[in-house]
Ligand binder design. Structure first.
Ligand SMILES: [Fe+2]
Ligand SMILES: [Fe+2]
Length: 366
Protein backbone atom coordinates (compact mmCIF):
# COMPACT_ATOMS: atom_id res chain seq x y z
CA UNK A 1 0.00 0.00 0.00
CA UNK A 2 1.83 3.07 -1.25
CA UNK A 3 0.41 6.27 -2.69
CA UNK A 4 1.16 9.95 -2.82
CA UNK A 5 -1.19 12.38 -1.10
CA UNK A 6 -1.20 15.13 -3.71
CA UNK A 7 -4.15 16.67 -1.97
CA UNK A 8 -4.18 15.96 1.80
CA UNK A 9 -7.51 16.26 3.64
CA UNK A 10 -8.15 19.67 5.25
CA UNK A 11 -7.48 19.53 9.01
CA UNK A 12 -10.30 20.87 11.24
CA UNK A 13 -9.61 23.96 13.36
CA UNK A 14 -9.90 21.78 16.47
CA UNK A 15 -6.88 19.73 15.35
CA UNK A 16 -6.03 16.52 13.54
CA UNK A 17 -7.24 14.16 16.28
CA UNK A 18 -10.57 14.19 18.12
CA UNK A 19 -11.25 12.13 21.23
CA UNK A 20 -14.69 10.77 22.05
CA UNK A 21 -15.26 9.29 25.50
CA UNK A 22 -17.28 6.08 25.59
CA UNK A 23 -18.20 3.99 28.61
CA UNK A 24 -18.78 0.48 27.37
CA UNK A 25 -18.88 -3.03 28.78
CA UNK A 26 -16.44 -5.31 27.00
CA UNK A 27 -17.91 -8.81 26.97
CA UNK A 28 -16.11 -12.18 26.90
CA UNK A 29 -18.09 -15.17 25.61
CA UNK A 30 -16.64 -18.27 27.31
CA UNK A 31 -19.31 -20.54 25.91
CA UNK A 32 -18.37 -20.24 22.20
CA UNK A 33 -21.68 -21.90 21.38
CA UNK A 34 -21.67 -20.58 17.78
CA UNK A 35 -25.42 -21.17 17.45
CA UNK A 36 -26.39 -18.45 14.99
CA UNK A 37 -25.91 -20.05 11.60
CA UNK A 38 -27.02 -16.93 9.72
CA UNK A 39 -24.29 -14.91 11.42
CA UNK A 40 -21.66 -17.56 10.74
CA UNK A 41 -22.72 -17.64 7.09
CA UNK A 42 -22.19 -13.86 6.87
CA UNK A 43 -18.77 -14.28 8.49
CA UNK A 44 -17.82 -16.94 5.90
CA UNK A 45 -19.12 -14.76 3.11
CA UNK A 46 -17.10 -11.81 4.41
CA UNK A 47 -13.89 -13.84 4.43
CA UNK A 48 -14.53 -15.35 1.00
CA UNK A 49 -15.31 -11.98 -0.58
CA UNK A 50 -12.24 -10.18 0.74
CA UNK A 51 -10.44 -8.06 -1.83
CA UNK A 52 -7.38 -5.86 -1.84
CA UNK A 53 -7.13 -2.22 -2.89
CA UNK A 54 -4.07 -3.17 -4.96
CA UNK A 55 -6.37 -5.09 -7.35
CA UNK A 56 -7.81 -1.80 -8.59
CA UNK A 57 -6.32 -0.06 -11.60
CA UNK A 58 -4.82 3.05 -9.99
CA UNK A 59 -3.02 4.00 -13.21
CA UNK A 60 -6.29 5.26 -14.69
CA UNK A 61 -6.11 8.96 -15.47
CA UNK A 62 -9.05 10.43 -13.53
CA UNK A 63 -10.42 13.73 -14.80
CA UNK A 64 -13.97 14.35 -13.68
CA UNK A 65 -13.64 17.84 -15.16
CA UNK A 66 -12.94 16.45 -18.63
CA UNK A 67 -15.78 13.94 -18.25
CA UNK A 68 -18.21 16.73 -17.31
CA UNK A 69 -16.98 18.92 -20.17
CA UNK A 70 -17.49 16.01 -22.62
CA UNK A 71 -21.00 15.52 -21.30
CA UNK A 72 -21.72 19.23 -21.65
CA UNK A 73 -20.41 19.16 -25.22
CA UNK A 74 -23.08 16.66 -26.22
CA UNK A 75 -25.87 18.65 -24.62
CA UNK A 76 -25.61 17.30 -21.08
CA UNK A 77 -24.81 20.78 -19.76
CA UNK A 78 -28.28 22.07 -20.45
CA UNK A 79 -29.70 18.94 -18.94
CA UNK A 80 -27.68 19.52 -15.75
CA UNK A 81 -28.94 23.11 -15.58
CA UNK A 82 -32.49 21.87 -16.03
CA UNK A 83 -32.13 19.04 -13.53
CA UNK A 84 -30.40 21.16 -10.90
CA UNK A 85 -32.64 24.15 -11.50
CA UNK A 86 -30.18 26.55 -9.82
CA UNK A 87 -31.38 29.86 -8.30
CA UNK A 88 -29.64 31.65 -11.16
CA UNK A 89 -28.64 30.38 -14.61
CA UNK A 90 -25.08 29.06 -14.33
CA UNK A 91 -22.56 29.31 -17.15
CA UNK A 92 -21.14 25.98 -18.31
CA UNK A 93 -17.88 26.21 -16.37
CA UNK A 94 -19.74 26.98 -13.14
CA UNK A 95 -22.03 23.96 -13.60
CA UNK A 96 -18.92 21.84 -13.99
CA UNK A 97 -17.31 23.45 -10.92
CA UNK A 98 -20.43 22.85 -8.83
CA UNK A 99 -20.55 19.21 -9.90
CA UNK A 100 -16.85 18.68 -9.21
CA UNK A 101 -17.25 20.04 -5.70
CA UNK A 102 -20.48 18.20 -4.95
CA UNK A 103 -18.83 14.97 -6.05
CA UNK A 104 -15.73 15.65 -3.90
CA UNK A 105 -17.96 16.57 -0.95
CA UNK A 106 -19.95 13.33 -1.23
CA UNK A 107 -16.81 11.21 -1.55
CA UNK A 108 -15.21 13.01 1.41
CA UNK A 109 -18.27 12.30 3.56
CA UNK A 110 -18.14 8.65 2.42
CA UNK A 111 -14.52 8.59 3.62
CA UNK A 112 -15.40 10.07 7.02
CA UNK A 113 -18.40 7.76 7.37
CA UNK A 114 -16.10 4.82 6.63
CA UNK A 115 -13.78 5.90 9.42
CA UNK A 116 -16.81 6.05 11.71
CA UNK A 117 -17.72 2.51 10.60
CA UNK A 118 -14.18 1.31 11.29
CA UNK A 119 -14.34 2.60 14.86
CA UNK A 120 -17.93 1.46 15.46
CA UNK A 121 -17.30 -2.11 14.28
CA UNK A 122 -14.14 -2.36 16.38
CA UNK A 123 -16.34 -1.33 19.33
CA UNK A 124 -18.96 -3.92 18.36
CA UNK A 125 -16.29 -6.67 18.54
CA UNK A 126 -15.90 -5.74 22.21
CA UNK A 127 -19.49 -5.13 23.21
CA UNK A 128 -21.58 -7.72 21.35
CA UNK A 129 -22.21 -10.71 23.64
CA UNK A 130 -21.97 -13.72 21.31
CA UNK A 131 -18.79 -15.05 19.75
CA UNK A 132 -20.16 -15.50 16.23
CA UNK A 133 -21.08 -11.80 16.09
CA UNK A 134 -17.59 -10.93 17.30
CA UNK A 135 -16.14 -13.04 14.45
CA UNK A 136 -18.35 -11.31 11.92
CA UNK A 137 -17.71 -7.80 13.32
CA UNK A 138 -13.95 -8.45 13.18
CA UNK A 139 -14.26 -9.27 9.47
CA UNK A 140 -16.29 -6.11 8.93
CA UNK A 141 -13.65 -4.05 10.77
CA UNK A 142 -11.14 -5.20 8.15
CA UNK A 143 -13.57 -4.26 5.37
CA UNK A 144 -13.96 -0.77 6.81
CA UNK A 145 -10.18 -0.21 7.02
CA UNK A 146 -10.01 -1.09 3.32
CA UNK A 147 -12.87 1.29 2.52
CA UNK A 148 -11.11 4.13 4.33
CA UNK A 149 -7.95 3.29 2.41
CA UNK A 150 -9.50 3.32 -1.08
CA UNK A 151 -11.63 6.46 -0.61
CA UNK A 152 -8.68 8.25 0.94
CA UNK A 153 -6.40 7.22 -1.89
CA UNK A 154 -8.96 8.24 -4.52
CA UNK A 155 -9.51 11.64 -2.93
CA UNK A 156 -5.89 12.50 -2.21
CA UNK A 157 -4.17 10.90 -5.18
CA UNK A 158 -6.73 11.32 -7.93
CA UNK A 159 -9.32 13.96 -7.23
CA UNK A 160 -7.57 17.15 -6.10
CA UNK A 161 -10.49 18.41 -3.97
CA UNK A 162 -11.56 17.17 -0.55
CA UNK A 163 -13.68 18.27 2.40
CA UNK A 164 -13.60 17.86 6.17
CA UNK A 165 -16.36 15.99 7.97
CA UNK A 166 -19.79 17.58 7.82
CA UNK A 167 -20.89 18.73 11.32
CA UNK A 168 -24.17 16.74 11.22
CA UNK A 169 -22.38 13.55 10.24
CA UNK A 170 -19.79 14.16 12.94
CA UNK A 171 -22.49 14.63 15.58
CA UNK A 172 -24.13 11.35 14.59
CA UNK A 173 -20.81 9.45 14.48
CA UNK A 174 -19.89 10.81 17.92
CA UNK A 175 -23.25 9.69 19.30
CA UNK A 176 -22.82 6.21 17.85
CA UNK A 177 -19.33 5.85 19.31
CA UNK A 178 -20.26 7.32 22.72
CA UNK A 179 -23.37 5.24 23.30
CA UNK A 180 -22.92 2.46 25.83
CA UNK A 181 -25.80 0.30 24.45
CA UNK A 182 -24.39 -2.16 21.93
CA UNK A 183 -27.60 -2.33 19.92
CA UNK A 184 -27.58 1.46 19.41
CA UNK A 185 -24.14 1.20 17.82
CA UNK A 186 -25.64 -1.34 15.40
CA UNK A 187 -28.77 0.68 14.83
CA UNK A 188 -26.84 3.89 14.21
CA UNK A 189 -24.05 2.46 12.11
CA UNK A 190 -25.37 -0.63 10.32
CA UNK A 191 -28.97 0.40 9.81
CA UNK A 192 -28.82 4.20 9.51
CA UNK A 193 -25.35 5.29 8.32
CA UNK A 194 -24.57 2.22 6.22
CA UNK A 195 -28.14 1.93 4.94
CA UNK A 196 -27.88 5.51 3.73
CA UNK A 197 -24.42 4.91 2.29
CA UNK A 198 -25.65 1.92 0.34
CA UNK A 199 -28.26 3.99 -1.47
CA UNK A 200 -25.95 7.03 -1.85
CA UNK A 201 -23.22 4.84 -3.35
CA UNK A 202 -25.73 3.56 -5.89
CA UNK A 203 -26.65 7.11 -6.90
CA UNK A 204 -23.01 8.16 -7.01
CA UNK A 205 -22.06 5.23 -9.23
CA UNK A 206 -24.87 6.14 -11.59
CA UNK A 207 -23.82 9.79 -11.85
CA UNK A 208 -20.15 8.96 -12.33
CA UNK A 209 -20.76 6.46 -15.13
CA UNK A 210 -17.78 6.99 -17.43
CA UNK A 211 -15.17 7.08 -14.65
CA UNK A 212 -14.01 3.45 -14.43
CA UNK A 213 -11.95 3.67 -11.23
CA UNK A 214 -14.75 5.05 -9.06
CA UNK A 215 -17.12 2.52 -10.67
CA UNK A 216 -14.86 -0.33 -9.63
CA UNK A 217 -14.35 1.10 -6.11
CA UNK A 218 -18.05 1.69 -5.57
CA UNK A 219 -19.14 -1.71 -6.87
CA UNK A 220 -16.74 -3.49 -4.53
CA UNK A 221 -17.64 -1.37 -1.52
CA UNK A 222 -21.36 -1.80 -2.16
CA UNK A 223 -20.94 -5.59 -2.09
CA UNK A 224 -19.35 -5.28 1.34
CA UNK A 225 -21.87 -2.72 2.61
CA UNK A 226 -24.88 -4.80 1.71
CA UNK A 227 -23.43 -7.58 3.86
CA UNK A 228 -22.86 -5.08 6.68
CA UNK A 229 -26.44 -3.82 6.57
CA UNK A 230 -27.71 -7.42 6.59
CA UNK A 231 -25.56 -8.01 9.71
CA UNK A 232 -27.33 -5.16 11.45
CA UNK A 233 -30.77 -6.49 10.54
CA UNK A 234 -29.96 -10.09 11.54
CA UNK A 235 -28.50 -8.90 14.86
CA UNK A 236 -31.33 -6.63 15.90
CA UNK A 237 -34.43 -8.34 14.58
CA UNK A 238 -35.03 -10.73 17.44
CA UNK A 239 -33.87 -8.28 20.08
CA UNK A 240 -36.36 -5.58 19.11
CA UNK A 241 -39.22 -8.00 18.44
CA UNK A 242 -38.97 -9.99 21.66
CA UNK A 243 -36.59 -8.65 24.23
CA UNK A 244 -37.15 -4.90 24.63
CA UNK A 245 -39.47 -3.12 27.03
CA UNK A 246 -41.76 -0.37 25.74
CA UNK A 247 -39.54 2.27 27.42
CA UNK A 248 -36.41 0.88 25.79
CA UNK A 249 -38.07 0.80 22.39
CA UNK A 250 -39.13 4.39 22.82
CA UNK A 251 -35.49 5.40 23.29
CA UNK A 252 -34.64 3.65 20.01
CA UNK A 253 -37.46 5.48 18.25
CA UNK A 254 -36.03 8.79 19.48
CA UNK A 255 -32.61 7.79 18.24
CA UNK A 256 -33.95 6.85 14.79
CA UNK A 257 -35.82 10.14 14.41
CA UNK A 258 -32.85 12.24 15.48
CA UNK A 259 -30.42 10.28 13.31
CA UNK A 260 -32.72 10.75 10.32
CA UNK A 261 -32.69 14.53 10.76
CA UNK A 262 -28.91 14.56 11.10
CA UNK A 263 -28.42 12.43 8.00
CA UNK A 264 -30.67 14.64 5.91
CA UNK A 265 -28.81 17.74 7.04
CA UNK A 266 -25.54 16.11 6.10
CA UNK A 267 -26.55 16.37 2.47
CA UNK A 268 -27.27 20.09 2.31
CA UNK A 269 -23.67 20.86 1.33
CA UNK A 270 -23.18 24.29 2.98
CA UNK A 271 -19.46 23.53 3.01
CA UNK A 272 -19.48 23.37 -0.81
CA UNK A 273 -21.16 26.74 -1.24
CA UNK A 274 -18.78 28.29 1.29
CA UNK A 275 -15.75 26.90 -0.55
CA UNK A 276 -17.08 28.16 -3.88
CA UNK A 277 -17.58 31.62 -2.38
CA UNK A 278 -21.29 31.57 -3.18
CA UNK A 279 -24.19 32.94 -1.15
CA UNK A 280 -24.48 30.11 1.41
CA UNK A 281 -28.02 30.99 2.53
CA UNK A 282 -29.38 31.22 -0.99
CA UNK A 283 -27.76 28.00 -2.13
CA UNK A 284 -28.64 26.07 1.02
CA UNK A 285 -32.27 27.01 0.48
CA UNK A 286 -31.87 25.80 -3.08
CA UNK A 287 -30.41 22.50 -1.85
CA UNK A 288 -33.39 22.18 0.48
CA UNK A 289 -36.02 22.92 -2.12
CA UNK A 290 -34.95 22.00 -5.62
CA UNK A 291 -36.62 18.74 -6.68
CA UNK A 292 -33.47 16.97 -7.88
CA UNK A 293 -31.62 17.53 -4.59
CA UNK A 294 -34.71 16.67 -2.57
CA UNK A 295 -35.14 13.54 -4.67
CA UNK A 296 -31.52 12.62 -4.06
CA UNK A 297 -31.97 13.03 -0.30
CA UNK A 298 -35.15 10.96 -0.36
CA UNK A 299 -33.44 8.17 -2.32
CA UNK A 300 -30.77 7.79 0.32
CA UNK A 301 -33.46 6.48 2.67
CA UNK A 302 -34.70 3.80 0.28
CA UNK A 303 -32.87 1.03 2.15
CA UNK A 304 -33.21 2.40 5.68
CA UNK A 305 -37.02 2.52 5.70
CA UNK A 306 -37.73 -1.14 4.76
CA UNK A 307 -35.02 -2.26 7.19
CA UNK A 308 -36.57 -0.27 10.04
CA UNK A 309 -39.89 -1.84 9.15
CA UNK A 310 -38.40 -5.31 9.37
CA UNK A 311 -36.97 -4.46 12.79
CA UNK A 312 -40.39 -3.36 14.01
CA UNK A 313 -39.14 0.21 14.39
CA UNK A 314 -41.55 1.77 11.94
CA UNK A 315 -43.77 2.42 14.95
CA UNK A 316 -46.58 5.03 14.99
CA UNK A 317 -44.18 7.71 16.31
CA UNK A 318 -41.51 7.00 13.70
CA UNK A 319 -44.20 6.74 11.02
CA UNK A 320 -45.50 10.16 11.96
CA UNK A 321 -42.04 11.72 11.67
CA UNK A 322 -41.34 9.87 8.42
CA UNK A 323 -44.68 10.83 6.90
CA UNK A 324 -43.73 14.50 7.40
CA UNK A 325 -40.46 13.85 5.57
CA UNK A 326 -42.24 11.90 2.82
CA UNK A 327 -40.13 8.82 3.56
CA UNK A 328 -42.91 6.26 3.89
CA UNK A 329 -42.88 5.90 0.11
CA UNK A 330 -40.08 3.34 0.60
CA UNK A 331 -41.71 1.17 3.25
CA UNK A 332 -42.76 -1.57 0.85
CA UNK A 333 -39.40 -1.98 -0.88
CA UNK A 334 -37.35 -5.08 -0.11
CA UNK A 335 -35.31 -5.06 3.08
CA UNK A 336 -31.67 -6.19 3.28
CA UNK A 337 -32.54 -9.76 4.19
CA UNK A 338 -35.05 -10.17 1.35
CA UNK A 339 -32.66 -8.46 -1.06
CA UNK A 340 -29.11 -8.94 0.21
CA UNK A 341 -27.52 -7.54 -2.95
CA UNK A 342 -27.28 -3.78 -3.59
CA UNK A 343 -30.38 -2.24 -5.14
CA UNK A 344 -30.23 -2.48 -8.93
CA UNK A 345 -29.53 0.94 -10.54
CA UNK A 346 -32.68 0.85 -12.69
CA UNK A 347 -34.75 0.61 -9.52
CA UNK A 348 -33.08 3.75 -8.14
CA UNK A 349 -33.58 5.63 -11.40
CA UNK A 350 -37.23 4.64 -11.46
CA UNK A 351 -37.78 5.85 -7.89
CA UNK A 352 -35.99 9.12 -8.56
CA UNK A 353 -37.95 9.73 -11.77
CA UNK A 354 -41.19 9.02 -9.96
CA UNK A 355 -40.26 11.53 -7.26
CA UNK A 356 -39.30 14.19 -9.81
CA UNK A 357 -42.52 13.73 -11.75
CA UNK A 358 -44.57 14.14 -8.60
CA UNK A 359 -42.58 17.12 -7.34
CA UNK A 360 -41.46 19.23 -10.28
CA UNK A 361 -44.94 20.54 -10.89
CA UNK A 362 -45.93 21.08 -7.27
CA UNK A 363 -42.89 21.40 -5.02
CA UNK A 364 -43.74 20.79 -1.37
CA UNK A 365 -41.65 21.48 1.72
CA UNK A 366 -39.45 18.54 2.59
FE1 LIG B 1 -17.68 0.62 4.69
FE1 LIG C 1 -19.73 -0.97 6.20
Amino acid sequence: MKYTQHNPLPIPESGAHAKVRATIDTVFDWEYALREQGMLALYEKGKAQNWNATELDWDVDVSIERMMADRAAVGGGNLMNQLLNPPKELPQDEVIRLNLHMNAFMLSQFLHGEQGALLATAKIVQTVPDEESKFYAASQTMDEARHVEVYHRYLTEKLGISYGVNPSLQTLLDQIIEDSRWDVTFLGMQIMVEGLALAAFGMQRMMMAGEPLIQDITTRIMQDESRHVAFGVVSLEKLYAEEMSAAELREREDFVIEATHLLRERLLMEQVFERLGWDVKLWTEWAQETPFMRGFRQMTFSKIVPNLKRLGLLTPRVREAYAKMDLLRFENLKDSVEEPEPQPPQELVQLLMQFLQENVATPAAS
